[in-house]
Design a binder for this molecule. Structure first.
Ligand code: WT7
Length: 704
């Protein structure tokens, strides 16, 4: 048996208070928003609670739809005829690109829409005004329409880094009604190819390269693999469009394939000054797909609608993010995740704000970079994840104080935030001036589900807060009983009602959509009443006496790395492509910065001996098939996996060993002896005292 340690063994990190709060939860003190914040806030009228109360559902959401410009008004707010495939603002006609671009020209034509900040600090930030955005979106839409022959309903897969050309590409698609599917730039070409095939895209859009951590990454290299992977899945890619990081200069070493690969800057010359009328789309027409990991291997394409989605992200951007057109707003998420779609692109631009896009690593070239950007651009709203906050705190705990920026509002999203980290965010990053919202939601949800209303509700470190306006969460136990607020008991958080931001379906898999999100708590599958179809989020939560929800993490076998879901099955199938590997099991381990990272257990086929080359191969395979985000903390080669008598690998036992938790009852295993052997490989001969693990680790692998 061998163990490859990737980073310094950080098992000690498990001892910190930060990882313990999930079980040793104590009530935290409240923090009030500052009077200066309240004075200028969008949402201060207490009647909001009444307006969005259940008795006014679903009409309450017209307040959000009315923030948009429609070609035709809807005739039905919510159609429940085909549960749980809810339809919103039915009969309405709208275009998302028009709402994010054209309609801002009247008041904000030469105001900044997007500020792109290159990673190299000697490159100046680039400002795109709304007028400039309008020109570039129109020209690129003309190219997509005339050069690629794309039309409403077609799918396009976009694999691009954080550059201004990414929202330009998305908005050009939306202008035509073309459904975009953006794959996170850090994912591999293979991951991109699989998603392109699933969505049936025959056009891929790439960037040649981008800066990350001081290095120019050859991103276009992935296109070759993406095309080959898609082909293997039966999907032919006809065209690969390649944006250049520096117009006129190709930065990738990968050759262009004649008649398949085309440089955008060269073809755009034929479309100068082109104007493309936005296509009025049905409210229910899909706007985009966003792939996310679930409990089984295949990533699912979450299909989001046009009208309801745009209304929901605009309304929540205004009320929860407190975005005004005069704000300079910076969300550090990647546009390749749902947070970036909703709260870098669609929400902020629909409100005419200035949205900042930063190319690179937050700590490059040093721990002050983020705060220098904030100071230089006058950012006043800041949005990031606990992982980034922990990383910034570790890199430079006092850095924020050295820079003269002032945030009025800050967001945390993606995973539970430890109260101690929250307080650093509040005191040091926010300089006690900024209000914080801890927003809980998911790729499937389009926008926020739980959060405090920033000017109206007190903050409580570690708690997301109550449901946002129009969202009625509830916690159910395994017997369909409601777990009452203040009972101190955890359960499954569900949303009782539909909302305009909820996804329409899983692309091409209606059954899985119903099974995964609605089957568990549906009261009557024949019913057409929304009240009978609670949405199951697959997160554990507790509700305090004050009604605030505290999220404990996923209840299924999904590993939340730096706020992003990785499916264990997807990782395990990747490991199994290594010739020597017979079996693989992936478990989450506590990581000080990223929250959770995967740790891999493999057993080998007969005739192979454990060695470091095999571990290295597994790591390399995960990086190519999934991406760097899947890089495991350690790879353990074990003689056998702990298994039930029916042959199921007991991930729960492995997770316990990796995190020094109690392995619990193992007597029912087919091979209980292997557990101690594995324990010694991982922890060493000496028996370590068990730790009280965080709730998500204790629950990991228990649902069989
Ligand atoms: C999962 C969704 C949509 C945001 C980006 C991640 C966890 C998300 C919080 C929060 C505690 C959170 C949940 C959720 N999560 N926000 N504020 N507090 N946990 O999107 O990849 O779809 O992941 O992230 O477990 O189910 P995602």
């Amino acid at each position: 048996m061998t163990t490859t340690t990737i980073e310094k063994d950080t098992l000690d990190a498990v001892h910190t208070d930060e990882s313990q709060i999930a079980v040793h939860w104590k009530e935290e003190e409240y923090y009030a928003p500052s009077p200066d914040f309240v004075k200028q806030a969008n949402l201060t009228d207490p009647s909001v609670n009444e307006r969005f109360a259940e008795k006014n559902f679903p009409q309450c959401f017209e307040e959000y739809a009315d923030m948009l410009t429609w070609y035709e008004r809807w005739n039905t707010v919510l159609d429940t005829q085909d549960p749980p495939f809810w339809k919103w603002f039915v009969g309405g006609k709208i275009n998302a690109s028009y709402n994010c671009v054209d309609r801002n020209l009247a008041l904000y034509r030469n105001k900044a829409a997007i500020v792109f900040v290159p990673e190299p600090e000697d490159e100046e930030p680039q400002v795109l005004t709304y007028q400039e955005l309008y020109v570039r979106v129109n020209e690129f839409a003309a190219l997509l329409r005339s050069f690629c022959g794309l039309k409403a309903g077609d799918r396009v897969t976009i694999h691009m880094p954080m550059v201004a050309e990414l929202p330009i590409t998305m908005l050009a698609c939306a202008r035509l009604g073309v459904i975009h599917s953006v794959v996170f730039g850090g994912f591999s070409g293979e991951a991109c190819g699989l998603r392109a095939a699933d969505s049936g895209s025959n056009v891929l859009i790439y960037m040649d390269g981008y800066y990350r951590g001081g290095k120019m990454i050859d991103h276009k290299a992935g296109a070759e693999i993406a095309v080959a992977t898609a082909a293997k899945e039966g999907q032919k890619i006809d065209k690969v469009l390649v944006w250049k990081r520096y117009p006129g200069k190709y930065t990738s070493a990968t050759p262009m394939v004649p008649d398949r690969d085309f440089f955008v800057d060269e073809i755009l010359k034929d479309f100068r000054r082109a104007i493309v009328d936005p296509v009025p789309m049905d409210s229910e027409a899909p706007l985009f797909l966003m792939y996310t990991s679930g409990t089984t291997g295949k990533p699912k394409g979450c299909q989001h609608r046009t009208g309801g989605y745009l209304a929901y992200v605009t309304g929540t951007s205004k009320y929860i993010q407190d975005i005004h057109p005069t704000d300079t707003y910076w969300c550090m998420a990647d546009i390749g995740w749902i947070t970036g779609h909703s709260y870098i692109v669609y929400g902020p631009l629909a409100l005419g704000a200035t949205s900042v896009i930063y190319e690179g690593l937050p700590t490059y070239p040093d721990a002050g970079r983020v705060w220098r950007i904030a100071e230089r651009l006058g950012v006043n709203i800041f949005h990031t994840s606990p992982t980034a906050i922990r990383g910034l705190r570790k890199a430079g705990p006092d850095e924020p104080m050295k820079y003269n920026y002032h945030f009025k509002h800050m967001t945390t999203v993606g995973e539970p935030i430890e109260p101690e980290v929250w307080r650093w965010y509040y005191n040091i990053v926010g300089k006690t001036e900024a209000v914080i919202v801890d927003t809980w939601w998911q790729t499937e949800n389009g926008g926020f589900l739980c959060s405090t209303k920033p000017a109206m509700d007190k903050m409580k470190p570690g708690s997301a807060g109550p449901g946002v306006p129009g969202i009625y969460p509830v916690i159910y136990d395994e017997n369909n009983q409601e777990v009452k607020a203040g009972s101190g008991k955890a359960g499954n958080i569900c949303i009782r009602n539909p909302w305009p931001g909820i996804f329409q379906t899983i692309w091409g898999d209606r059954d899985r959509f119903v099974r995964q999100y609605y089957a568990k708590y549906c009261r009557d599958t024949k019913s057409k009443r929304w009240q009978d179809w609670p949405y199951f989020a697959a997160d554990g939560a507790v509700q305090a006496g004050d009604g605030y929800f505290r999220i404990l993490g996923r209840v299924d076998d999904v590993i939340n790395v730096a706020g992003h879901r990785l499916g264990t099955k997807e990782l395990e199938s990747a490991c199994l492509t290594v010739t020597e590997v017979a079996e693989a099991a992936v478990v989450p381990v506590v990581d000080e910065i990223k929250g959770r990272v995967p740790e891999i257990y493999i057993s080998l086929k007969p005739g192979y001996a454990a060695n470091k080359e095999i571990s290295d191969k597994v790591i390399a395979t995960l990086e190519t098939m999934i991406g760097k985000i899947a890089r495991p903390k350690r790879v353990h080669i074990v003689p056998d996996m702990p298994k039930t008598r029916s042959g199921k690998i007991m991930r729960r036992v492995l997770a316990a060993i990796s995190n020094t938790l109690d392995t619990g009852d193992i007597t029912t295993l087919a091979n209980p002896d292997v557990v101690e052997q594995i324990r010694i490989t991982v922890q060493g001969k000496e028996k370590l005292a068990f730790r009280e693990g965080p709730e998500d680790l204790k629950q990991f692998g228990t649902q069989e």
